[in-house]
Design a protein around this ligand. Structure first.
Ligand code: GLC
Length: 429
């Protein structure tokens, strides 16, 4: 279908002919198009609506902003429904770093609409991640990595260091939670994270497992690696958190619920993405100026692991205005908008040069200090499992959720899941 559509490249000879015939002058300026963009959840951390408006003002086109669910898993279902029915309702989509392999058949090759140097200045690995069978299906907007947030004031008050292992985190969280509750803060919790059964739990649990030397669910050769002692040890420890150092409700937390508790001053530690830093330090936040950020803890033998995340912009192949939509994608990911995103929202740029930008580093010193952690994250096994990734991730987060809820032991669940995933991947991913 896409192949039949005229692209700027294939239009060139036509334009040349029109110009030679003097016809283009009579055609006048291109008509304004209306582009519909699927932004984030419209919450405090969603810069997309403002940027889309900015583009509309500059370009003279109209833009319609659609907000989408906070949960990446629900966002994906929405996209799958829309794209599966070849609906042209959405032109521009925000896509997760784990989706290119799955969504590629529904997305245009941006190289057909953008100049040849459109990918210059981006981290090459992020462009590679968005390139499927030689087609550039999305341009990277920001990158993400899991981090540990902690209360500097509470660690100092109770004489504790920033934990380096998950066991230390567990012990410190328990002690400070008890002391603070005894002193009158009944609502204090030790640790909040993303424990709901959705993509965010896959990100959290991958960090626990991989930092115990337990692998990354499926290895680079496509072998399922779940059923091992490191993974079991990691998940058994995590299962001890809900109702002890974490609220019972953590089993239903996504990013924003965890941020809400931490930002209200009611948690010692939190696992979250870098965007929380700016919001938690804003005026009016209970914890402004009282928090620190560090690499996540690790298991007794392992090393700290941050799950790699991030979002890109893509154009639906069912869009009626792919060239205008691609222009919006280029705008959203250009250096100026990424710089504003980094300064105001602490979103990590996907363009290398911005990490040396003095204004970015002044506004967000962590981008310099945690550079290796932010960019050295561990990817989820999305490239190797391709279109099957959501099934792998769903099986994993559902299994981990059962363990956290006390409905299965880590060993039982891992053994069962390894069998399930082996059946799924038997004929190759
Ligand atoms: C963040 C990450 C994304 C991940 C999601 C899970 O938005 O950037 O990659 O899938 O969290 O909740």
């Amino acid at each position: 279908m896409n192949a039949c559509r005229p692209t700027p490249r294939s239009l060139t000879p036509v334009l040349g002919g029109l110009l030679a015939g003097g016809l283009l002058l009579a055609a006048g300026p291109a008509a304004a198009a209306k582009i519909t963009i699927a932004c984030g959840d419209g919450g405090a951390a969603d810069f997309c609506p403002a940027l889309a408006e900015r583009w509309a003002e500059q370009s003279g086109h109209e833009v319609d902003v659609v907000t989408t669910p906070q949960s990446a898993t629900e966002k994906l279902s929405l996209y799958q429904q829309l794209l599966g029915s070849e609906s042209g309702d959405i032109d521009v989509l925000m896509t997760d770093t784990v989706w290119p392999g799955l969504l590629a058949p529904h997305l245009v090759d941006l190289a057909d609409y953008l100049p040849p140097d459109a990918t210059e200045g981006f981290f090459p690995a992020m462009i590679d991640n968005n390139t499927v069978d030689g087609r550039l299906v999305a341009l990277p907007w920001f990158t993400d990595a899991g981090l540990l947030y902690y209360r500097v004031d509470l660690l100092e008050k109770h004489g504790h260091a920033v934990p380096e292992t998950w066991q230390q985190l567990t012990d410190t969280a328990r002690e400070i939670q008890a002391a603070e509750r005894a002193a009158g803060n009944e609502r204090m919790h030790g640790f909040v994270f993303q424990g709901r059964a959705y993509e965010g739990l896959t990100c959290n649990a991958l960090e626990w497992v991989a930092s115990h030397g337990g692998g990354t669910l499926v290895d680079a050769d496509g072998q399922v690696t779940l059923d091992n002692a490191g993974a079991a040890e990691a998940l058994a420890l995590a299962a001890s958190w809900p109702g002890e150092i974490s609220p019972d409700g953590v089993l239903n937390y996504m990013e924003e619920e965890a941020r809400g508790v931490f930002q209200a001053g009611n948690a010692v530690f939190m696992r979250n993405w870098p965007y929380v830093w700016s919001l938690a330090n804003e005026e009016g936040s209970e914890v402004a100026g009282k928090i620190g950020m560090a690499p996540l803890p690790h298991g007794p033998e392992g090393e700290s692991v941050a799950t790699l995340g991030g979002w890109s912009w893509a154009v639906s192949r069912y869009s009626e205005h792919p060239e205008v939509a691609a222009d919006l994608v280029a705008f959203l990911t250009d250096p100026e908008q990424q710089k504003a995103h980094a300064i105001r929202f602490g979103r990590n740029p996907t363009r290398q040069a911005l990490y040396q930008d003095p204004e970015v580093l002044e506004a967000q010193p962590f981008m310099g200090e945690l550079y290796d952690t932010l960019l050295g994250g561990v990817p989820r096994p999305a490239s190797v499992t391709g279109e099957h990734y959501p099934r792998v991730s769903n099986a994993f987060f559902n299994g981990v959720h059962e363990v956290l809820a006390g409905d299965a032991t880590a060993e039982e669940m891992l053994q069962r899941l390894e069998g399930e995933l082996n059946r799924l991947g038997r004929r190759g991913w």
